[in-house]
Design a protein around this ligand. Structure first.
Ligand code: LIP
Length: 274
């Protein structure tokens, strides 16, 4: 199994570089933008082209493996079922809004699950040539250097990451803004990189201490959550319970202390399931 995982890992890194090349070429050109669930839920030709390329390579190399990809699910919701089979969970561009606005925090995210557990995570930010990788039980790395989380334990000394997201539903926005105010009041400040995958990698890198988001999907977090865990961090449901990657909400932090201080500040939104 170990050498199999090594092979999956090498393929995932190779795919990230190939995807990165395509993203980089398109980044400096005019983008062709469409919307999905809301006027702020964006997709471009590049999201679709990268996902198609990646899906084809995976299905050729591993015909028995399953594939869950953001743009495939957008046209065929039934393809989003997590089973015990090896499953490649891919977001061709995480941070599509950044991509559309030529903001460089744009990532390719690929997580691989076996028995529903993420065992490999690769997040690549091609514009900045930043490669984050993790293998279950073997640590996580940034351009080959080992990552470890911040040692801050008090929320009042922490920098947090929270996102607006793409929903414009007034009830969801109200809860998110309440959460933002509560967390801001209790901490050093709030940042948003615009990509869930990058947000998790920032905490893995010890740059910020915690992250909360409602409305994410499994492809946004599959890779990043392993990268954070392997850097010594924790990933939970927003209630502090065990994380469920299909439940569309997450909190990640450098320690369980930060999670425990965050949870009581949040209005919990039920976002349904992937
Ligand atoms: C994005 C997420 C981000 C969220 C955005 C969007 P996409 O994913 O990673 O955290 O705030 O609304 O969903 O759509 O760029 O792959």
């Amino acid at each position: 199994l170990d050498h199999q995982l090594e092979d999956y890992f090498n393929t995932a890194v190779e795919l990230a570089k190939k995807a990165g090349q395509k993203i980089k070429e398109a980044f400096y050109k005019e983008k062709n933008v469409n919307t999905k669930q809301s006027a702020a839920d964006l997709v471009t030709e590049t999201d679709q082209a990268v996902e198609k390329m990646v899906q084809e390579i995976i299905s050729q190399k591993y015909p028995t493996h399953k594939f869950i990809g953001e743009e495939t699910v957008a046209v065929d919701g039934s393809s989003c079922t997590l089973t015990d089979d090896p499953t490649w969970i891919v977001d061709p561009i995480d941070g599509t809004t950044n991509f559309v606005h030529s903001i460089p925090e744009v990532s390719f995210s690929c997580g691989i699950t076996v028995n529903k557990e993420v065992v490999i995570g690769v997040v690549y930010v091609p514009i900045l040539d930043q490669m984050y990788t993790a293998k279950k039980g073997q640590g996580s790395f940034f351009n080959g250097q080992k990552l470890s989380v911040s040692s801050v334990t008090e929320l009042k000394q922490a920098a947090l990451i929270m996102e607006g997201g793409s929903s414009r539903d007034p009830d969801i926005l109200k809860a998110k803004l309440d959460n933002l105010r509560n967390v801001l009041t209790a901490s050093h400040g709030i940042r948003a990189y615009g990509s869930a995958a990058i947000n998790l990698c920032k905490i893995a890198s010890g740059i910020c201490e915690g992250y909360v988001e409602y409305g994410i999907h499994c492809w946004d977090i599959a890779a990043g959550l392993l990268i954070l865990q392997e850097a010594g961090g924790v990933v939970k449901d927003t209630t502090g319970e065990e994380v469920d990657i299909m439940r569309r909400r997450i909190t990640g932090a450098c320690s369980v202390n930060i999670v425990n201080q965050l949870v009581p500040l949040l209005t919990h939104l039920d976002m349904g399931r992937d």
